[in-house]
Design a protein around this ligand. Sequence first.
Ligand code: HEM
Length: 104
Amino acid sequence: VDKHSTSVTDHRISKPSRKPSYRAGQKFTLVEVSSHNRRDDLWLVIDGKVYDFTSFVEDHPGGDAILRYAGGDATFGFKGPQHPDRVWDMIPDYFIGELENPRE
Ligand code: HEM
């Protein structure tokens, strides 16, 4: 196995996708996350993990409510009573990395 070939965007096998890509082990600070705070550039933190939901905003059944925590920690909002358990199955597709120093 070639350890240096870890790309997740192998163009021979990947389908066209609007979903984000990431490098394994990537970490982001809350400061960096906070700059992605717009409808057309939307990152959210949920349980210490960072997600890029830019491509999902228009599909969100709850509309602009997803923008309430834009660029910040959305754990509380995401776990609200409006969300059935299946929302947890939806988010791995949007995962881009871990939050650095989650308790700072
Ligand atoms: C923390 C940010 C978010 C907030 C504040 C939020 C808020 C809401 C609200 C208020 C609704 C209710 C809409 C209604 O009943 O009319 C809703 C529904 C929904 N949201 Fe979110 N949302 C957030 C993030 C997400 C994310 C990241 C996903 C999935 C990737 C998601 C998936 C859904 C789904 C599937 C529904 C429909 C639930 C149902 O079937 O009743 N939401 N959201």
